[in-house]
Every structure is written in C-alpha cells, then in structure tokens.
Design a protein around this ligand. Structure first.
Ligand code: PLP
Length: 400
C-alpha cells in the first residue's frame, strides 16, 4: 500500500485535558513532581511520559512533534525554533571533530554558509558535489564520511535528489542520509525512501502563514532521544527549542497542509505551462523538460502534485529588479524571501536567499544572475495572476 502522509495526519487523535479539540497550550517552562525520585528518573531518561523542563520537552511541542513523525512515517520527531535550528542540531549531533560531510552544492544559502564557513570550527570537512551525479557523490566519500546531506528539491535550482540511491550509497559506507524536505512536505516522504533523518523549516509550507519561524527533526527514537540527552544532546545543550504557543498554532495549520499543497502544485503547474507556451524557459519539476521529471514521479506520494516552486531567468539582476517591482505593484504577489505562503512570493535568488554563496560558486552550480524564484500562492484565480505576469513580462521586453 502506498504511504499517505495526509491520511496519517487525519488519523491523529490529539485533544486537550478538558476534551478541548485543540490540545491545550502548556504555558509552562518547568513541571512539578509529586515525588523527588521521579524527577531524578526523568533526568536520566527512565521516567516515561514525564515532563521536566520545556527546553527538553513540552506537551505542546510533543503534539506537534508527534504530528510531524506521523506525517513523515518516522518513529519520532523534535521541533525547533527555526529550520536552521533543526539543520544545525541534526548535523552537529551526527558529526564529531575530524568527520566529513558530503553535501549538495545547491542548498538553501544559510545551510551552505553553515557547511562552508562554520563547521570548520569543529574540524569537520565538507565536500560540495552535484547531488544529481551519483558517481560524483560516491567519488567524494572518504573513510570519515558521516553524512550525505541534500534537499529533496534543492533551493534554488529545483534539482531533485535521488533519495533511494543516496541512501543506499550512504549506508554502504556507514554514513547517514540527512534530507531537508522543506520544499516538498507530503509530496515526498524521504524517510520512507531510505533517509535516516529528515529536517524541515516549518516556517514555509508546513505552517503556511508566514507568522513565525520554526523547524523539525524527524528520525528514529534513538536519534531523537540522543538530541535531547541532558549530558550530550545538541538540541538540549544548544537550546533551539520552539515556543509552545507556536507549536500549538503550527499544529492547527498542519491539518490543512494536504489541501494547500495540492493548490500550490496546481497553480505552479498552470503558471509553468502558460509561461512555457509564452516562450519563457521555466524550471519546474512538473514539466517533462525538467531533467529529473521522471525521477520525481518515481519518488512522489499520490495526490499532492509537483510542488509550488518555479523559477526562470530574466537575464540579469537589474532586469530581475525591474520585473519583480512591476509584478509587486500590479498584484502578482510580494517581492519577499521565503516560500510556502498563501500569497505568491518572488525573489532574485543570487541576490537574496543564496547571496551567502560566492559568485563563482553560484556560476558553478548554474545559478545565474537573473534567476527569479517564485513560491506560487493559493490564488483562486491563477489565470488572472498569469495575465498580470504576462503583462509585466511583455512590458519589460521578456515576452514579445
Ligand atoms: N531549508 C530550506 C530549504 C530553506 O529554504 C530555509 C529558509 O529559507 C531553511 C531551511 C531555513 O529555515 P528557517 O528560516 O526556518 O531557519
């Protein structure tokens, strides 16, 4: 039977202590114990179901974490204060000084900066590879490789990672596959395809409201427990914990995620096809022309489409600024970083979310100066949105 993340969310039975259909928000940093012995047992991890302190666990965070684990099909999950909190905690938990990481050279700029500039403090080496070239990934493996890191759909190039092949390769060499699934929640379930750890920026599609930053780490129970071990857990010791009020608001939004992903995908496909017909060379994994279109079809769960992200090149950064300002004025959406919002958002990747990547590296990965990335919104009249885009592209000379 095919895995269905939406059905797993539907099956959740989470309600509050007074029967509240939305679980109560636990507005508490610490928790009381009736017996001192139980407190001691909680510290050593032997007291099941007891809450100790909110940097470790909080009931509201547990509800959201359980929902994320259900959606991903993992044993457990832990929620963080941001996507970067999830990524950095997971990586630092898996690596020690002297270890080696192989990463896709196209990832979110913050992740790139962490791997290119930061982990070296801990004497961790990183190789940046074309993740679509499995031979290049294998060639980069060393005896110290601990992690192969990638995004299911890479930011901003929208390349698709062959998760089953990467998992096989990682496991053959005793490494773990860590996948950022931020662009493709519900669409792809990396843990079901062999990934050991799945990380998320919940800030994007999962929450979908752009009212907070948040993240999640999903994996097996041992790994999640290791993250919050009071003596050695990266999450416990660095403390990127999510506020329980935010957990509670994000949890409510997860229940509409399946509908939103379908609409994002439908709208993105419409724009990708119409823009292609108008002569624009669109990058969208849902188009047959996309180099990993067939691969993506093989990885996808049913029903959720190819996602809400599209991009195309408008020539150079000045042209990108001109088109984006016009599109914002005319009502296509907002000139803003981030994604997964109900409004369409667009930005010039090289000058925004990938500006941490040096120019020569941008060139190497095929990130051109004029690339504009769109997170297509939930517009009910996407044909009208297209008409406005078409008008803007025509006025700026990009369509004849
Ligand atoms: N992963 C991806 C793919 C992203 O696009 C981003 C942010 O844009 C992040 C992680 C970081 O998430 P956050 O901003 O929630 O820390």
């Amino acid at each position: 039977m095919k895995f269905d993340p939406a059905s797993n969310i539907q099956n959740l039975k989470q309600f509050g202590e007074y029967g509240d259909v939305n679980p109560s928000v636990t507005d508490s940093a610490t928790f009381t114990f009736m017996q001192a012995k139980t407190m001691l047992e909680t510290f050593s991890g032997d007291a099941e179901g007891c809450f100790l302190y909110s940097r470790h666990w909080n009931p509201s965070n547990k509800y959201l974490a359980d929902a994320m684990a259900a959606m991903e099909g993992t044993e457990a999950a832990w929620v963080t204060a941001s996507g970067m909190g999830a990524i950095t905690s997971a990586i630092l938990q898996l690596c020690n000084s002297g270890d080696h990481i192989i990463t896709s050279r196209t990832t979110y700029g913050g992740t790139f900066a962490f791997l290119n500039n930061y982990v070296q403090k801990f004497n961790i080496e990183v190789s940046f590879v074309d993740i679509t070239d499995i031979k290049a990934v294998e060639a980069a493996i060393t005896p110290n490789t601990k992690i192969i890191y990638t995004e299911t759909m890479t930011n901003p190039m929208l390349q698709i990672s062959d998760i089953p092949q990467l998992a096989k390769l990682a496991h053959k060499h005793g490494a773990k596959l860590l996948v950022d699934n931020t662009f493709t929640p519900m669409i792809v379930s990396p843990a079901r395809l062999g990934a050991d750890v799945v990380v998320y920026s919940l800030t994007k599609f999962v929450n979908g409201k752009n009212d907070c930053v948040a993240g999640a780490i999903c994996g097996d129970l041992d790994f999640i427990n290791s993250l919050i071990d009071v003596n050695s857990g990266t999450a416990m010791l660095l403390g990127p914990v999510l506020d329980p009020f935010r957990s509670s608001s994000i949890l409510k939004n997860i229940h509409t995620l399946h509908i939103r992903m379908q609409q994002h995908s439908k709208n993105a496909m419409y724009l990708a096809e119409k823009l292609t017909e108008s002569g624009i060379k669109v990058n969208y994994p849902g188009l047959r022309a996309h180099p990993q279109h067939e691969l993506m079809k093989g990885l996808m769960n049913d029903k959720f489409g190819f996602g809400g992200m599209i991009s195309f090149d408008v020539g150079n950064a000045d042209k990108a600024a001109e088109v984006m300002e016009m599109m914002e004025n005319e009502g296509v959406g907002y000139l803003a970083v981030s994604l997964g919002y109900f409004k369409t958002l667009f930005s010039n990747s090289g000058k925004s979310t990938s500006s941490e990547v040096p120019e020569e590296k941008q060139k190497e990965m095929g990130l051109t100066e004029g690339l504009v990335r769109f997170s297509v919104g939930l517009d009910s009249e996407i044909d009208r949105t297209f008409e406005i885009m078409h008008k803007c592209l025509k006025k700026t000379g990009l369509i004849q």
